[in-house]
Design a binder for this molecule. Sequence first.
Ligand code: SF4
Length: 443
Amino acid sequence: MKIPVDVSVVHEGERIRKEDMYVELGGPKVSSKGELVRVRKPGEIRDGNVEVEGPDFDKLKEGGRYPFAIFVEVAGKNVEEDLEAVIERRIHDYCNYVEGFMHLNQRYDIWCRLSKKSYERGFNTLKYLGQALITLFKAELPIIEKIQVTFITDEKKVEAFVNDARKIYEARDARARALSEEEVDTFYGCVLCQSFAPTHFCVITPDRISLCGSINWFDGRAAARVDPKGPNFAIPKGELIDEVNGEYSGVNKVVKERSQGETERFYLHSIFNFPHTSCGCFESIAFYIPEVDGVGVVHRDYIGETVLGVPFSTLATQTGGGKQVEGFLGMAIEYMRSPKFLQADGGWNRMVWLPKSVKERVIDDIPAELRDKIATEEDATDIAALKGFLKERGHPVVERWREVEAVEVPELEVMPVGAPGGIKIILQNAKIHAEKVIIKKIK
Ligand code: SF4
């Protein structure tokens, strides 16, 4: 079967805009979507087989958006269940090698597009995509001896598939929840996203799943064992420098090496000072809200504006790209379940706003006394409303406002450098809260 478009790493990073797409599969406007890899016994796999359950590309209406699932089954004598999540993450890369096909995100959140150009060149069946995946998986991961791929576009079948897949994601994450950073001497790194964000890499610990949410500590360990020179690698954690911020000497050493010297330190559990970098695959963003001295969270599927008055996409531009951006952190929703979740910043005591659907997902992990004190879009859509809500509910951040109000700030006169008697003031790592700033003309 000859694929009518090019398949190569050069197409990675290609974005397909709405006006150029033939169809969209999954994505924020479709409720059912997902992808999953399962390890099978060799006899259970028809090696090289591709199935399409539901209408194929040539039966889908141009410009339409459809439910979508990608199911990959693999076998091989060295392929263990522990590797499923890591193999699954490669679906993203390999789909993006296909000219005119875009794949974003992971797990229950995938978002794909086929370009008009590729469709017109004859890419009219998902079988071509399956063929490309099979060839790439076998070439790049030779431990895979047998592989079959099923694509699902039938709405009911996608729904059932995603319901089952969610149980498997949950079981993977629950396993990692039982461990803590203190119980291991090795963390794991991932550089898969350096093709998009060359200075970013993920540090994965038992208390901190990767920011895309698809690789936990066990997955990182399994991948590093079978392919130590691959994108997942071991990080000896070294000395604990700062328990609260989550700073380790071994992590800092690797941060410097793997970020090409761009970043020198990571605080694993804070959004301030030296936060973990973010690529572009994060499931959600934690953002500082200076007006209330609290932290908000928004996830990728949230439609509309956050309490800051900007949507997820605007915050994502600010957060991503592999730079360390104080006050912004790309993260997985699963990280909100970690006992070390932003512990240096106050953890849940600092959380003031998040979308209702995220709150519902993590409600059991929010301390009971805080559940009705954290606002959603139903309680506050701007800062003034948020302030009122937090005050009325007695959120712990309100205490922080009182502390700031209690500090008396002496009047300070600053004159520009070069002016007679002028001085230069350099404030490093300082946060300034001022009731008013008066700028006077120098006579
Ligand atoms: S977000 Fe992190 S863990 Fe996930 S693929 Fe990218 S680098 Fe790897």
